[in-house]
Design a protein around this ligand. Structure first.
Ligand SMILES: [Zn+2]
Length: 228
């Protein structure tokens, strides 16, 4: 009989939150953490970059609601393989925001602009404007496909004041103060899915602030083919 290789299960996800709560951690969104002045201890930032399979996001929102914690969801617009304004996805995001979760932009404006010969400032401003019609966008994260050439992060850091101007943006997900004061845990491939560096449950034991990035398309209830 084959053994399950579903290391990144939703039960595991839920157990991480439960462990943090029982260790006295306070959960906050990316913007809330920044507004609190980036405390070094006992805070937990749950960040989700939605790259693919956006319908699976609701499973994570349900777990967070059950545990009474808030997370940050970053959605893609330009170049996105999905439409965040799809009935089901929009409704997930909108109801999450109403319950206190944060919705933000996940974007690679430099790549989109280079490929289509556009102005990256115009690209990102149009994305923020569109999302702002329905959500309160105060933070964002940059996206990068593993096989694509253009990294928007250095560009964003350089252009941050211009990007922020005239918007409600307060912080981006790679802000120096956030990284200085927290321990970052994220999943990736090496060559298969694994934690890139530290495991969140080990960091929780130390009591330092945890900044956990997940990608919903890698987390499953039973197996990777249950939802697309
Ligand atoms: Zn991404």
């Amino acid at each position: 009989m084959l053994e399950s290789n579903n290391a990144f299960s939703l039960d595991y996800y839920s157990s991480i939150i439960k462990k943090a709560l029982s260790n006295g951690y306070k959960f906050c969104t990316v913007t809330e953490y920044f507004r609190l002045g980036c405390p070094k201890e006992k805070h937990f930032i749950l960040r989700h970059d939605i790259d693919a399979r956006p319908r699976t996001v609701q499973q994570m929102i349900d777990i967070e609601n059950q545990e009474g914690v808030k997370a940050t969801y970053y959605v893609r617009l330009c170049g996105s393989p999905y439409n965040p304004f799809d009935y089901e996805i929009f409704s997930s995001l909108k109801s999450a925001e109403k319950l206190g979760h944060e919705i933000g932009l996940h974007t690679n404006p430099l790549e989109f602009a280079k490929i289509l010969k556009l102005d990256p400032i115009k690209v990102i401003k149009s994305e923020i404007e569109m999302l702002n019609q329905h959500f309160n966008i105060t933070s964002m994260s940059t996206h990068r496909d593993m096989d694509y050439a253009y990294n928007s992060l250095p560009w964003l850091i350089e252009s941050w004041n211009q990007v922020k101007e005239g918007t409600n943006l307060e912080v981006h997900a790679y802000d120096e103060d956030i990284f200085k004061n927290s321990t970052y845990v994220n999943e990736g491939t090496n060559p298969h899915i694994t934690w890139r560096n530290l495991k969140p449950e080990d960091v929780i034991d130390s009591g330092v602030t945890v900044y956990m990035l997940t990608h919903n398309h890698w987390w499953h209830k039973n197996h990777p083919f249950e939802a697309r």
